[in-house]
Design a binder for this molecule. Structure first.
Ligand SMILES: *Cc1c(COP(=O)(O)O)cnc(C)c1O
Length: 374
């Protein structure tokens, strides 16, 4: 085989078909580009996906988390329990609400918050549990909600990565308390930027509408009132039309991601000593395929080696409690050893629906070559 340079393989890339692009163009020509009929249609379809529960579309997953906290009345003096191995946004929203994030170490196998340790972290100021489905592998909902019920706590699921996944046979979003999804460009379903919040009832949905648009309520006589200091986090019709095109293909996307993940687990050289993700092909939506490098591996060198081979890789995530903001709040290395060990060795390999089987083989070969090269 001749050594022709192979095209760069990014670690993720959205799949946007021509029908969706034409639909977005139609919205752009329609004269109505911000929140309108497309948002209402997208919300109706999301609600159907989520077992008929109320859903409101927003301009980010972060906004969905912020509004979820507001609906539960989380503020000063409250504690919210979450995972240290997540995107910093998960914890930032808690701090910005004036509450205190309480981290609980992760389970080394699932890499999600360890439910056995979680219960011990519940104290008199705990108001809410904010679990994260890292890489799209859901935290087990039955066990999670049993703990929440025992202690009378609200739950806000950071399901930013787990749209299309399920816990047991129940789709994420179709059960539970408050569920925040993200439609950021790197997520399994994208609206470029966007998100949504799944709620319990019509009153919460009405409050969410106020929080997402300046707290404003409009009346038939043309007047308006503002009753709470809402922000600006409504979704545009342009984004919603993109989301409608994506939602129609979500089952196909998820099936393809599962097939690619299965191939990774078949092809990956087990003698390298990397920790591989849980082989779950029924619940996880395989948002990411993450390996943990063997102890002592120079991750920087590994990342450079993969990039040099034309393969995009990522690090998701450095543990949140070790970032400056959280060190300034009193956190220090050694507090959550499992999250720290996995955070130090984790690497995200390419996984997206348009990838070819041969791309998986190429990545596996490159990992072997880079790790075997001294
Ligand atoms: C993407 C993500 C968010 C934030 O979503 P945005 O749409 O980028 O605001 C929050 N938490 C997790 C775990 C995420 O992956």
């Amino acid at each position: 085989m001749t050594q022709t340079a192979r095209p760069y393989l990014p670690f993720t890339r959205p799949s946007i078909d021509e029908t969706t692009i034409a639909g977005v163009a139609e919205v752009l020509r329609s004269g109505w580009i911000t929140s309108g009929p497309q948002v209402r249609e997208f919300e109706a379809q999301l609600s159907a996906w989520c077992g008929g529960r109320p859903v409101r579309a927003l301009n980010s997953g972060t906004a969905a988390l912020e509004i979820g906290l507001a609906l539960a009345g989380i503020g000063r003096g409250d504690e919210v329990i979450t995972s240290p191995l997540t995107w910093v946004g998960t914890a930032n929203v808690i701090v910005r609400a004036g509450a205190r994030p309480v981290f609980v170490d992760i389970d080394p196998v699932t890499r999600n918050i360890d439910l056995a340790r979680l219960e011990a972290a519940i104290g008199p100021a705990t108001r809410m549990l904010l679990p994260v489905d890292l890489a799209g592998l859901p935290v087990e909902r039955a066990a999670l909600y049993a703990i929440a019920r025992r202690h009378g706590l609200r739950v806000l699921e950071d399901a930013a990565q787990s749209f299309g996944a399920s816990s047991g046979a129940v789709p994420i979003g179709a059960a539970g308390d408050l569920i925040a999804f993200s439609f950021h460009a790197a997520k399994n379903l994208t609206t470029a930027e966007g998100g949504c919040l799944v709620m319990n009832n019509a009153e919460e949905a009405r409050q969410c509408e106020l929080w997402r648009l300046q707290g404003v309520e409009r009346f038939a006589d043309g007047t308006l009132d503002a009753t709470l200091p809402g922000g600006k986090s409504n979704m545009t019709d342009v984004a919603a039309r993109l989301g409608i095109g994506q939602l129609a293909r979500l089952p196909e996307f998820t099936a393809r991601r599962r097939a690619l993940a299965r191939r990774y687990l078949q092809r990956f050289d087990r003698s390298l000593g990397c920790e591989l993700p849980v082989a779950d092909f029924t619940q996880s939506n395989w948002h990411m395929f993450q390996i943990v490098l063997p102890a002592g591996t120079d991750r920087g060198a590994f990342l450079r080696g993969m990039q040099a081979a034309g393969i995009g890789v990522g690090v998701h995530y450095p543990p949140v409690h070790l970032l400056t903001l959280y060190r300034n709040l009193g956190h220090a290395p050694g507090e959550f050893p499992i999250a720290e060990r996995i955070g130090a060795g984790t690497v995200t390999l390419p996984l997206f629906p348009d990838m070819l089987d041969a791309d998986v083989d190429r990545v596996c070969e490159a990992v072997t070559t880079v790790l075997r090269t001294p």
